[in-house]
Design a binder for this molecule. Sequence first.
Ligand SMILES: Cc1cc2nc3c(=O)[nH]c(=O)nc-3n(C[C@H](O)[C@H](O)[C@H](O)COP(=O)(O)OP(=O)(O)OC[C@H]3O[C@@H](n4cnc5c(N)ncnc54)[C@H](O)[C@@H]3O)c2cc1C
Length: 495
Amino acid sequence: MIDNLEVDDMVIGAGLCGLMYGLTAVTEGRSVVISEAHHKVGGYATNFYRNKRKFVFDCSQHKVSGLRENVGNLWNTLKRLELHSLLEEFHLHDEIGTVVYKDQWIKIPSEPDEIKETLIIHFPDEIQGIEQLFKDIESHGYQHYMFFRRLMNEYTINKEILRESRNLSKITARDYFETIFKGKNIIEVLSPIAIYSGSISNEVNAFYFLHCLYAMFYGGQAYVKGTGQHLSDVLLKEFVDRGGIILKKNQVHEMEDCRDYMLVKTRKNVIKAQQVIATCPPEDVLKMLRKEDYIEDFQNVINNFEVGWGHFCVYLVISVPPEEIDIFSPEYLLVSDSGDDFTREDFENDRYYDLFTLSVSNYHRFDPAGGYVLQLVMLDHGDRWFHLLEEEYLTRKQKIQDKFIKRAFKTFPKLEGKIIYSESSTPKTNYKFTLATKGSAFAYKMLPKTNLSLLNNFPNDKIKLVSTWAGGPGYETAMCFGFTQGKLLSKTTKV
Ligand SMILES: Cc1cc2nc3c(=O)[nH]c(=O)nc-3n(C[C@H](O)[C@H](O)[C@H](O)COP(=O)(O)OP(=O)(O)OC[C@H]3O[C@@H](n4cnc5c(N)ncnc54)[C@H](O)[C@@H]3O)c2cc1C
């Protein structure tokens, strides 16, 4: 066992962000150690097995955006890291999924022109608004999407639209839709797409939402076979092959500023590092510091942000191929007749689970090797789960699982009698495996006026917050932010 190490960069956490930072930094010639609390790498980009490894469940991968050749930022990043064989393992989805709303089944294709055409066919009266939406995605959405590249001086802000971009960041996506569309129906069909970025249209700011639509519609969305874990394992292998050190089952507990270096204490090691790259939640970084290094003002900065959504997931295995029970699309978004515009009261009295969009993911279509696997997923929040005692927790979990299955039966009646395995997870499960605050799966909420750049200047310049908490959620963002910061921070002091 290695007890003491001395490195340029000590990375806390081997999720996608940490792995990409590490891989980039070692490629730039730095010495890097990543310390991960869990026994396997990937954070949310992991999987688990049941029934003697016959059933394989992906913990998060639905759509990895930014993989269209020469267009997507993630494609660009993986190419620059010479991960050519990994790039070949990504398969572009041929459709985004099917939105089921008021007996309409609207299949959303994957190419922007086809998406626009589909919307016009279903909502001919909204043609003006649809044209405006695509114009805004191409201008403001693109502008937000390119912020990472701007950090590396590879994109110049379009000042002509900047004021309007800023205005869009002050309103919600739903407010924005209400300004461009005449009726409610098209809004309820477009709104649920926000859940792929862990957002809800009546919360998320419109500027960021347009970014997500750009990333998904134009950037190209894809998946890797073998679940998100395969992606994490490939990144880990490259990191180690290029000279990086990984320490698993090794939670970081404490760190001390020793002026010329940071001294980091993990479960098994003491590590001397020039820089600490924290991919864990910012509030945990503060807890790791000694009282005298603790910076009250930064706690106030963190208090500006709202911890984002986790999720409730029902993992199902069925006895027949999903096509036999009329599940063909890779994904269905089941929107209730009242749409996603629920109230605080609906959320607090559990009516939320009947109203909010439920996604049905057909993992068998992504990767048949995992079995006849379906997942029913809804955004959910740690606040509803963390305080419960064991028995209450289990009872509530069963209740919500039953609600989801009942909702799925309504849309897919042939599912009834075909379920041979089921289990569910909550935000509390998320916390157990990732240590994310309140089990948030999507870091902080991207509400109107949320400004993540406030997190870029941690008061100790040997500590950098390089995480989805500081850069925004999602596979593409986690990986591109890790890469960008790996490039930029590699220019600083070496051992
Ligand atoms: C159900 C679900 C579906 C999703 N679907 C999509 C999707 O389709 N497309 C998409 O782009 N995104 C999706 N996401 C979001 C995406 O998975 C995450 O945004 C992304 O994986 C976060 O990566 P990360 O590296 O920032 O953080 P994490 O994955 O949370 O990794 C952080 C790592 O740090 C470790 N850690 C924390 N504290 C410590 C410590 N003190 N010491 C050592 N290690 C520590 C954790 O164990 C973890 O491994 C989904 C998420 C969920 C849950």
